[in-house]
Ligand binder design. Structure first.
Ligand SMILES: Cc1cc2nc3c(=O)[nH]c(=O)nc-3n(C[C@H](O)[C@H](O)[C@H](O)COP(=O)(O)O)c2cc1C
Length: 183
């Protein structure tokens, strides 16, 4: 079971937010944390749309989430908010699925216009799911993120610095949470 579950909310097969999520997982692994990436693309669309919380398709992801001390949620901005597919997944989770976990939100948008979507859209839902330690999060715009056809990621220097600082802070908080768990 992972120390950190990383959740992708992008329905897109070629995705900037997924590339950032993978880079985040690699940084966390280098910090000594085990990780698992789960994508909304892993689940049947009908289960997400119809809120089939008891679908067996969600069982493994729910177990990994329950075991994790940290959760990273990465989403593209769609219409000034996070994606409907991500909402579908968050909707099927048990009421306090994020209680006691450290949470780091990440978002990518086409423009800076929806910079605050993490705060006004995503954080309230994470909070309703029981999260009390939600880190500030990292918002990036498409022009700051380049992904080659081979999947190689290049981040603008300023974004790279913000992202690395956020991941370092998150990794330390997860390590502390793991250390405080009973044997
Ligand atoms: C349906 C749709 C709606 C979008 N709405 C917004 C928006 O409201 N604000 C914004 O900044 N970008 C918007 N975008 C741009 C995406 O957020 C942006 O390109 C993002 O990096 C895509 O992430 P992905 O490659 O991981 O899917 C939209 C893109 C799509 C496909």
């Amino acid at each position: 079971m992972p120390d950190v579950l990383l959740l992708s909310g992008s329905p897109s097969a070629t995705s900037r937010s997924v590339a950032i999520l993978r880079a985040t997982a690699e940084s966390l692994e280098r910090a000594g944390l085990s990780t698992e990436i789960v994508s909304v693309r892993d689940f049947p669309a009908e289960d997400l749309i119809f809120g089939r919380w008891d679908s067996p398709a969600f069982t493994a992801a729910k177990q990994s989430l329950a075991a994790a001390a940290g959760v990273v949620v990465s989403t593209p901005i769609y219409k000034a908010s996070y994606t409907a597919a991500l909402k579908g997944f968050l909707d099927i989770l048990p009421q306090h699925a994020l209680r006691g976990k450290v949470v780091l939100p990440l978002a990518t948008g086409g423009t800076l216009a929806h910079l605050l979507a993490i705060d006004y859209a995503l954080k309230p839902v994470l909070s309703v799911l029981g999260a009390t330690e939600i880190h500030q999060g990292v918002y990036s715009t498409d022009e700051q993120v380049r992904v080659t056809t081979e999947g190689l990621l290049t981040l603008h220097d300023e974004l790279r610095a913000r992202h690395d600082a956020a991941v370092d802070q998150f990794a330390a908080a997860v390590q502390a949470r793991l250390a405080s768990r009973p044997e």
